[in-house]
Design a protein around this ligand. Structure first.
Ligand code: D5M
Ligand code: FE
Ligand code: ZN
Length: 494
């Protein structure tokens, strides 16, 4: 839960009454805080008194919220903020994709509406209408859409992108119409190429600069704001892993057992591990890829899953496990995926008292830290279609999710997406940690305050990955201190 509007305004009135101003960036940060906003502002003003700077800055808030000393009892609070499991409809393709895309558009518009420049967004229908009315002179009749510089802003889903003689032609759909415009400058071409197809985009347009019709002046994505992430009050650790692939010839059972042993060890930090997040692909499954059977040790997915459950049963009971499915696990393949099926106490995974089975993607709150878990299938599409990305830098690719505010933007590529009424893949809430797997390469990055983690795998390089030139970095666990969001890597390769 973000700060409520009236909490923010009473904090603002308080600051003004004390002769203080709040810098716009600091104001945005305050709106994103989970803690008591008024109290935060009061504390800042109290601490600023001696100096006479009358503006509250981002750094004042950051200073106040830096990690506290761990003196209270260790908490272990986990709530599920979003889980598609009970929301997915089992039918496929009945409604078509119109309602899914409409939901995507509306949710994305709500995200965009938090930006000041969103007030200038014009409807495609009216932009087209005014172009028709005035021929080439769109500026003269559409004053309301323009600032002094004569630009227009539209927002919509990216429906097509074509390389033309005079630049890159892109088309956006905002459900009032589809508008084709051209990116002519090097900057605009680069920005347009970096977009994922079907993602939400905001375009600043101008008229007649190097191509007929409207040209692209600036490309803006919904993106996440530069923010201060939420942190746990006590020093508690979460371990992020994924892609165990039990049942595969290449499953690194020895290393995984060492990891499980480590979780039970008496190390100072290990004792503070309260959460284990498993980002999908628990088993290798069967029939997932052509000729997969040649690479399996165990040919029965039920037996693979029971083997995985026996392993995860070794996780100490004081560690809470959160498990989402990947593309190799049983259940629906199309996104969003409900939790791995088997809600039966005799089923070993569901029988584990410390294990919560969630859908893919899911958003959870761990001691105040918002963690978005998504297996990451769509990384294959993102990496294939975005210039400059590669399998060796999966966290770099995951930033596209945050910029697009969507976990599987492109429809009709390798990632199966179900035509749900609601687009549950839109990143409505800004996560403090984004956790994916799937590409089997470990990487940790920070993006605008969010910790971006790809947690690698417990499977060594498969024949397919060898032919594809994918070099996995298996046998590593990512450990995150939830009080500071500092990550470190624990290596189980001997
Ligand atoms: O996927 C692991 C990574 O390897 C992921 O980036 C997809 C890619 N991969 C692996 N095998 C195949 C086949 N046979 N076809 C296409 N892509 C593949 P994971 O889902 O963990 O197997
Ligand atoms: Fe995998
Ligand atoms: Zn996978």
């Amino acid at each position: 839960m973000l700060a409520l509007q009236n909490e923010v305004s009473s904090a603002l009135s308080y600051a003004v009454s004390k002769g203080f101003q709040i810098h716009p960036d600091a104001f945005t940060m305050l709106k994103g805080l989970e803690s008591d906003v008024l109290k935060t502002v009061q504390e800042i003003i109290r601490s600023k008194r001696p100096s006479k700077s009358a503006v509250i800055l981002v750094d004042d808030i950051k200073g106040l919220l830096s990690p506290r000393k761990d003196d209270g009892p260790i908490e272990q609070a986990c709530t599920v903020l979003m889980d598609p499991t009970t929301k997915v409809t089992t039918g496929e393709g009945v409604e078509g994709y119109t309602s899914l895309f409409r939901s995507r558009f509306e949710k994305s518009m709500r995200i965009l509406s938090q930006r000041p420049d969103s007030k200038r967004i014009a409807k495609v229908a009216s932009v087209k209408q005014s172009s028709r009315n005035t021929g080439s002179k769109v500026e003269s009749s559409e004053k309301s859409h323009h600032k002094g510089n004569g630009s227009t802003i539209v927002a919509g889903l990216l429906m097509s992108r074509r390389t033309k003689k005079n630049g890159i032609e892109i088309a956006v759909d905002d459900f009032t119409g589809i508008l084709s415009v051209t990116a002519v400058t090097e900057d605009a071409k680069k920005q347009s190429s970096a977009l994922a197809m079907d993602q939400m985009v905001m375009l600043e347009l101008e008229h007649g600069k190097g191509a007929p019709g409207l040209t692209v002046k600036n490309v803006m994505t919904p993106d996440i704001p530069d923010h201060l992430p939420n942190r746990s009050k006590s020093e508690v650790y979460a371990v992020l892993i994924s892609d165990i692939h039990v049942g595969s010839k290449y499953f690194m059972e020895k290393e995984f057992l060492q990891f499980l042993d480590w979780l039970s060890s008496d190390d100072d930090i290990v004792r503070k591990i309260k959460f284990l997040c498993v980002g999908g692909d628990l088993i290798d499954g069967i029939g997932i890829y052509p000729n997969q059977d040649k690479e399996l040790l165990e040919m029965d997915a039920v037996k693979q899953m029971s083997h995985a459950a026996h392993l995860l049963a070794k996780v100490p009971k004081h560690i809470k496990m959160l498990v989402i499915p990947g593309n190799h696990d049983p259940g629906r393949r199309a996104l969003p995926q409900p939790a791995i099926p088997g809600n039966d106490p005799t089923d070993h995974l569901y029988g584990l008292s410390n294990c919560t089975m969630l859908g893919n993607p899911s958003l959870v709150n761990l001691n105040g830290v918002k963690l978005l878990m998504f297996h990451g299938q769509s990384l294959d599409d993102v990496i294939a279609t975005t210039p400059g990305l590669s399998y060796s830098r999966p966290a770099e690719a995951m930033k596209i999710y945050l910029k697009a505010r969507h976990l599987a933007p492109t429809y009709g590529e390798r990632t199966p997406i179900a035509p749900e009424q609601e687009d549950m893949m839109v990143i409505t809430e800004v996560p403090d940690i984004l956790h994916s797997g799937h590409v089997h390469v470990t990487e940790v990055q920070s993006y605008r305050g969010t910790l971006v983690v790809n947690s690698g795998a417990w499977q060594s390089q498969t024949k397919f990955q060898q032919t594809m030139g994918i070099v996995p970095s298996p046998g590593l666990a990512i450990v995150v201190n939830l009080a500071t969001l500092q990550p470190f890597v624990q290596d189980f390769n001997q």
